[in-house]
Design a protein around this ligand. Structure first.
Ligand code: CAA
Ligand code: NAD
Length: 302
């Protein structure tokens, strides 16, 4: 798949061309919001099958956004979608686009070794001004950046699922992230329509540091038999105003993701009871019941 605008990287200028590595759930969402706000985007994944799927899901989700913006105005809808899709190129080669890019947003699988391999190779070809960012949910940005020679131009850009809907962007600064990099990323966050907040490079940043222990505690509550999954979810929706209950949310995020976040933190901080492994989560992962994406988790979706 290949279509779209030529890149337009400019040293010192605002962020115009973005390369997103990883075209899964998050990468395709980030590509969509960047494209629909007029940025030139290249989305990279390992094979064309994933990219084709990303292309389809971006188009489908642009429809949903357009419906909200333009209601039944068919020509405005078509123009919006057409323009956004023209801004996206799809490729399996990460090196070529990175040679001409202002910003790399990495959204590959949550694995430090793979992220290191990727950034080591990109660091060699990216222009000096290019900023690198990771969308990691739970790894340390400083640890990811450690393999590069541009630690001043490295930060976290943490989006939320579903990216086109969730209005927040966490901008994570390490001790080495420069003011210039930080300011550019805060401005870019606003340019893609998000409200950006700042956080230090701490486990889970703001949202996941609060949300993951909440989901884990809800599961422990269910395991103890204090209340059923359904009642815990109803309670947090109607009693605390959450859009989804914590167990529904765990199904939505995916149990492999949540388990790997908790396990990673537990390994690094074994004494923190908030990060203690959760039995029911491990059982579901073992059974391949990963939540909404596999059709079954704590609830069934088929
Ligand atoms: N793209 C575009 N639009 C979308 C969309 C997508 N992927 N998904 C949903 N929408 C739109 C729908 O079209 C719908 O629009 P209208 O209001 O115009 O009809 C609207 O969003 C609401 O969607 P639904 O009616 O399908 O369902 P809902 O009202 O239950 O909302 C939800 C769905 C937005 C996901 C809501 O339930 C919610 O906010 N849930 C909590 C999500 C959350 O907490 N996310 C963070 C997870 S943690 C994370 O991401 C970080 C990490 O590192 C793991
Ligand atoms: P995903 O599995 O849907 O997508 C990851 C994609 O990366 C896959 O399509 C895979 O083929 C691709 N990939 C793997 N290695 C690659 C490489 N070397 N080069 C190019 N592509 C490669 O995962 P996701 O849910 O989109 O998560 C991506 C990142 O975002 C992770 O770091 C995750 O922690 C983080 N995150 C996830 C969520 C969430 O709710 N799922 C929310 C915020 C942040």
């Amino acid at each position: 798949v290949s279509r779209g605008l030529a890149s337009s990287a400019v040293a010192g200028g605002p962020i115009k061309h973005i390369t997103i590595i990883g075209g899964g759930l998050m990468g395709s969402g980030i590509a969509q919001v960047a494209a629909q706000t007029g940025h030139s985007v290249t989305l990279v994944d390992l094979n064309d099958v994933v990219l084709k799927k990303a292309d389809g899901s971006i188009q489908k989700n642009l429809q949903r956004v357009a419906k909200k913006m333009f209601k039944d105005d068919k020509s405005a809808t078509e123009q919006f979608i057409g323009k956004a899709m023209q801004n996206v190129k799809f490729t399996t080669d990460p090196l070529e686009p990175v040679k001409h890019t202002d910003l790399v947003v990495e959204a590959i699988v949550e694995n430090l070794n793979l992220k290191h391999k990727l950034f080591t190779s990109l660091d060699k070809v990216a222009p000096e001004h290019t900023i690198f960012a990771s969308n990691t949910s739970s790894l340390s940005i400083g640890d990811i950046a450690s393999v590069t020679k541009r630690k001043d131009k490295f930060a976290g850009l943490h989006f939320f699922n579903p990216v086109p809907v969730m209005k927040l962007l966490e901008v994570i600064r390490t001790k080495e992230t420069s003011d210039e990099t930080y300011n550019k990323l805060m401005n870019w966050g606003a340019a893609v329509g998000k409200t950006a907040i700042t956080c230090k490079d701490t486990p889970g940043f703001v949202v996941n540091r609060l949300l993951v222990p909440l989901m884990a505690e809800a599961l422990r509550m269910m395991e103890r038999g204090d209340a059923s999954a359904k009642d815990i979810d109803i309670a947090m929706k109607l009693g605390a105003g959450h859009p989804m209950g914590p167990i529904e949310l765990a199904d939505y995020v995916g149990h492999d993701t949540t388990k790997s976040i908790i396990d990673g933190w537990h390994e690094k901080f074994p004494d923190n009871p908030l990060f203690a492994p959760v039995k029911s989560l491990a059982k579901l992962v073992e059974e391949g019941k990963l939540g909404v994406k596999t059709g079954e988790g704590f609830y069934k979706y088929k």
